[in-house]
Design a protein around this ligand. Sequence first.
Ligand SMILES: Cc1ncc(COP(=O)(O)O)c(C=O)c1O
Length: 295
Amino acid sequence: MGIAVSSGTAALHSACIAADLGEGDEAIVPTLTFSATAAAVRLTGAEVQLADIDPETLGLSEATAQPHVSSKTKALLAVDFSGQPCDWDGLSQLCLDKEIVSIADAAHALGASYSGRNVGSLADMTCFSFHPVKAITTAEGGMAVTASEQLAHRLRKLRGHGIVRDGAEFLNSDESEVGPWYYEIHDIGLNYRISDVHCALGLSQFQKLDGFISRREELAAHYSEAFLGSDLLKTPVVKADRKSAWHLYTVKLNLDALAWSRGRIFEVLKRTRLGCSSALYTSALTALLSGSLWV
Ligand SMILES: Cc1ncc(COP(=O)(O)O)c(C=O)c1O
């Protein structure tokens, strides 16, 4: 089941609420991600536990996440960074053993797969972003997907102010008050709806997803061939058991061997109209993690 919402951040925030995260709880988040992953946790009042990433996949693994599990851990948000799925078998087992809700931040990974299984089917809830730089776009938008009826039901309610229109669920059984006009509010919900117009764009984009990913694969192969044997940088590695959606082509620079600083390299790439970015969220993240910014 897919619950379309107004952004990837809205999907992550709704998923964190649906996982029942709140004050006194902890959620594991990778060190390498966009701030929205951690912000979604903090907005519920729960604490973020930052865990390191696997150097190859650039995502969480069982080995990097496990030391951060405590009796307060209620959720784990793993980011399929750059489009490559994390080691989901190990992560799912860890979550199962420790009764932790698994949430995939798959903002980069629509169309990717792991051991033949599509991203979207690997965690309890998976969150996608349809921002214009992503694999497909709805101009702005996102989606939370889950195989759990219970979680889907909660996510739908959260999207629309917590409103319930199904008579079977009404708390009020007084027939004189319950008519077709009647609804109840069962949750402190949000307005995270996405419009029909944005969805129409998304449906048309979705038809083109395979073609978009094939083109990204071609470009990634082109870069990897061009950089082959270079000792100035390390090219990304995609593990044999998975398919990347190639949202980003990440290189690790060998700064000791390079005459230019990272900043200078970015400037030159930007000038040649090659989009590149790196962000240091230090001050925002510190405030976010200490709770002074959002909660
Ligand atoms: C890893 C990750 N998660 C979440 C988001 C947030 O998605 P949105 O911009 O649709 O809110 C982004 C956006 O870039 C992202 O890169």
